[in-house]
Design a protein around this ligand. Structure first.
Ligand SMILES: [Fe+2]
Ligand SMILES: [Fe+2]
Length: 369
C-alpha cells in the first residue's frame, strides 16, 4: 500500500447526486433505564419507519452503553425494529469499544471501516475509537489509506463518517474528545475535496461550513437518539440529510415533541477560484503580524533580532497596521513591560498588541492594563 500521493482532487461533483440519508447516533442501548431512554427509542424508530424514499440509514456510533455481549444482543433485537427496506450501516463509537466491545462489534454488527459507493456517491466510514478512552484518533496510516481511497473517486460526492467530532462543538462544556489528530485529518479532507463529514459523540446537533479556499466542507454533528445523557436543552433527535448535487438539506428532528428544536438548514457546497491580481494593483490592506518577542532588558540576542525586524517593518510601504499577537514579555515583569513599551514606539506604523500566556503571569494582567 502506498502511503503518499501527489494526486490533486477535482472539486466538481458529477450531475445527478440525489440521496436521502437517515442519521441515528448515540442510542446507548442498555438494560439500565438510567442511561437509555426506551420510550424515546421506540418513538424514534416508529417515526423512521414512516419515512419515504430513504436511501440509507447510518448509525454514527455508541450503539450500546458499555459494549458488553448482553447489550449488543439487546441492541440487535431493538434495531430489528427498523422496518425500512434499505440497509442500516453502523459506525463504531467509543462506548461500543469499551470492554473489548470492538471485537463483539465486528462479530455481531459489522466492519469497523466500510464504504458505500455508486457511480456518483462515495461514503467512507472510519473507526476513530481508542480502546477504553473517551477521546478518539484516526491514526496516520489510516489517514494515508483514506487519502488514496478518496482521491481515487474524482467527481463524486464524498462523505466521511467517524464517531468523534472533527473539531470542537458548541454547548458541550470542556473540550476533551475531538479526534487527537484533527489538524492532520482536516488537511486530508481538504486535499481530497470531501464535501461532508458526519460525526456523533457529543449528544448535540451542530453544523459547520468550513471554507477551505477551493471548496467548502460541511461538518455535521448529530445529537443523541436515546441516551439520557442529553446536552443543554436539546433532547432526543434523529436527522434526515437530503443531498441534491451540491445542495444539502439537514433536517434535525426532535423525537419527543420539542418542536422549537426542529431545524431545517440548507447549505451549498461552494467551490472557489482565485481572482488574478491586476497589474500595479495595490492591496486594500497590508498587515504585518508577529508575536513572541519575549522582551527582557537583559536579553541582548532578542534585542538584536528586534533591531533587524524594526528595520524591515519601517522599510515597508503602505502598511495599514502592525499586530503583535502575544508574549510581548518573558515573565510579565514591570521592567520588561517598560522596556517593551519603549521598543514598540520605534514602529513607524499604527500597531496593536494582544497579551499571550507569558504576559499574564502573576501581576502581569495589572501591568498590561
Ligand atoms: Fe455517546
Ligand atoms: Fe461517544
Amino acid at each position: 500500500m502506498k502511503t503518499t500521493s501527489i494526486k490533486v482532487a477535482n472539486p466538481t461533483i458529477s450531475e445527478g447526486v440525489k440521496k436521502r440519508i437517515v442519521i441515528i447516533s448515540d442510542t446507548h442501548i442498555t438494560q439500565s433505564e438510567s442511561d437509555f431512554n426506551l420510550n424515546a427509542y421506540k418513538k424514534g424508530i416508529e417515526q423512521i419507519n414512516k419515512l419515504k424514499n430513504v436511501d440509507y440509514i447510518i448509525h454514527l456510533g455508541d450503539l450500546t452503553q458499555n459494549g458488553t455481549l448482553l447489550e449488543f444482543e439487546y441492541a440487535k433485537t431493538l434495531m430489528s425494529g427498523i422496518k425500512q427496506k434499505v440497509p442500516t450501516y453502523y459506525v463504531i463509537g467509543n462506548h461500543d469499544a469499551l470492554n473489548v466491545g470492538y471485537l463483539l462489534f465486528e462479530e455481531m454488527i459489522g466492519e469497523r471501516h466500510f464504504e458505500i459507493e455508486d457511480e456518483s456517491f462515495f461514503l467512507l466510514a472510519l473507526d476513530s475509537t481508542i480502546p477504553d478512552l473517551a477521546t478518539g484518533k484516526i491514526n496516520y496510516r489510516t489517514m494515508m489509506r483514506v487519502k488514496n481511497l478518496l482521491l481515487d473517486q474524482p467527481n463524486k460526492m464524498k462523505v466521511v463518517c467517524f464517531h468523534h467530532q472533527l473539531i470542537p462543538i458548541p454547548h458541550t462544556g470542556k473540550e476533551r474528545s475531538a479526534i487527537l489528530d484533527s489538524g492532520d485529518m482536516l488537511q486530508v479532507l481538504k486535499e481530497c475535496g470531501v464535501h461532508l463529514v458526519l460525526n456523533g459523540h457529543r449528544h448535540i446537533s451542530n453544523l459547520y461550513t468550513i471554507n477551505f479556499g477551493k471548496q467548502d466542507l460541511l461538518a455535521f454533528n448529530s445529537g443523541t437518539f436515546s441516551s439520557n445523557k442529553t446536552r443543554y436543552r436539546e433532547n432526543f433527535t434523529y436527522n434526515i440529510i437530503e443531498i441534491n448535487n451540491d445542495i444539502f438539506r439537514f433536517n434535525i428532528i426532535p423525537i419527543l415533541q420539542q418542536e422549537k428544536f426542529k431545524k431545517e438548514i440548507f447549505r451549498k457546497v461552494s467551490t472557489y477560484s482565485f481572482r488574478k491580481k491586476k497589474k500595479n494593483e495595490k492591496p486594500f490592506c497590508k498587515i504585518i503580524h508577529f508575536f513572541d518577542s519575549s522582551f527582557s532588558p537583559d536579553d541582548k540576542k532578542t534585542e538584536q533580532t528586534f533591531d533587524k525586524l524594526i528595520q524591515k517593518i519601517n522599510n515597508q510601504n503602505d502598511i495599514s497596521i502592525v499586530l503583535h499577537s502575544g508574549n510581548l514579555t518573558k515573565n510579565s515583569h514591570k521592567e520588561e513591560y517598560e522596556f517593551a513599551r519603549e521598543r514598540l514606539k520605534e514602529i513607524a506604523y499604527p500597531y496593536i498588541v494582544v497579551p499571550g500566556i507569558n504576559d499574564v503571569k502573576p501581576n502581569g494582567y495589572q501591568l498590561w492594563l
